[in-house]
Design a protein around this ligand. Structure first.
Ligand code: ATP
Length: 322
């Protein structure tokens, strides 16, 4: 909505939204489909590491994107496009198409989720932008309508909007919320490099092909995973963590095997590569154990962060008339 002051002067408004990164507690990947995609069956968990997007209306029209200096990541040498290739830009463009009162908008992204880290950071930016622009332009879309737009932007975007715990089928965008509210504690070990998700999938296909491995289309997740999550039973969960992409990520970045081993030798109950990696998620018994583990890994020179989940999906944290 264009906001005008008493003398018709343009008054800018900023809507700030935060959206969580995710860990795939389980990720079964089917064979390469003729359309180039892979079917998956995955349990997504939203964790307490958040991206923030501040969307400010502008009189000049158009969409601009910047990365906030408050970002906690070291973004030196990291390639994040700020033009129409940025997922947040794409989200604003989609919202502008469906909003009657769209103005120009500047998106300032505070990055905390590692870039190309397998935690859906760009997807969180897109989900946050959808919600921010919906509020900024009074589009009045329902959560379902926003979820449909989210699915157009990428397989992980609907989950960043939804948050919590969810089962994802199809390419990951066919989401069903899972009633699993018990908190689990994790340590995220982030890498100083990224892995390209398409390359990790291609590597998995190559490894399977070389082994003549026939895999079936995944259609459901192991019910034991949801049981463990519902009961907050970290030991039970540690026995069923699975990620089909992990071997491909390790093929591309062999050091991940050492990170997983070090995590377990320092007290993690279990560890798993998150999504396409290279972030590693280590499971701990409780918050104190997670903080101790993160401290121990930091002392060994790794970049480690204690987080918990599930946490809610994208939500507005402030709405200010400037
Ligand atoms: P996923 O697991 O959903 O594939 P990811 O967490 O591994 O994602 P992202 O951080 O979302 O990876 O970004 C992957 C690539 O997308 C980056 O290397 C970057 O070039 C591009 N990109 C586009 N928009 C963004 C954004 N808003 N933030 C970060 N990267 C972005």
């Amino acid at each position: 909505m264009a906001v005008h002051g008493l003398r018709g002067r343009f008054a800018a408004r900023t809507v700030r939204v935060k959206a969580p990164g995710k860990v795939n507690v389980s990720l079964d990947v089917g064979p390469l489909r003729p359309d180039g995609y892979h079917s998956v069956a995955s349990v997504y968990l939203a964790v307490s590491l958040y991206e923030e997007v501040a969307a400010t209306s502008t009189a000049s029209g158009g969409i601009t994107v910047s990365i906030s200096p408050d970002s906690t990541l070291d973004l030196d040498g990291v390639d994040i496009p700020l033009d129409e290739r940025n997922l947040a830009y794409k989200a604003a463009a989609i919202m502008a198409d469906v909003s009657e009162h769209a103005t120009g908008v500047h998106l300032e992204i505070t990055k905390r989720v590692p870039v190309a880290g397998g935690m859906g950071g760009g997807s969180a930016d897109a989900a946050a932008t959808l919600l921010a622009c919906d509020a900024l332009w009074n589009s009045g879309l329902s959560r379902d309508e926003l979820a449909q737009l989210a699915a157009e932007l990428g397989a992980d975007v609907p989950f960043a909007l939804l948050g919590g715990t969810a089962v994802g089928l199809g390419v990951g965008d066919d989401l069903s919320p899972a009633l699993a509210k018990a908190q689990m504690d994790w340590v995220l070990v982030t890498a100083e490099f990224g892995l390209s998700t398409p390359e990790v999938f291609r590597t998995l296909d190559r490894l399977r092909h070389a082994e003549d491995l026939d895999v079936e289309e995944p259609t459901a997740v192991d019910p034991k995973i949801l049981q463990a999550l519902r009961g907050g039973d970290a030991d039970a969960l540690s026995r069923v963590l699975v990620n089909d992409l992990q071997r491909a990520s390790i093929e591309l970045a062999p050091g991940l095997r050492d990170t997983l081993g070090l995590g377990e030798s320092c007290g993690a109950i279990a560890g798993i590569v998150s999504g396409s990696g290279p972030t590693v998620a280590l499971l701990a018994h409780n918050r104190e154990a997670a903080e101790n583990l993160a401290g121990e890994l930091e002392r060994k020179g790794l970049n480690a962060l204690a987080v918990h989940g599930p946490v809610p999906g994208a939500r507005i944290i402030s709405d200010t008339l400037l």
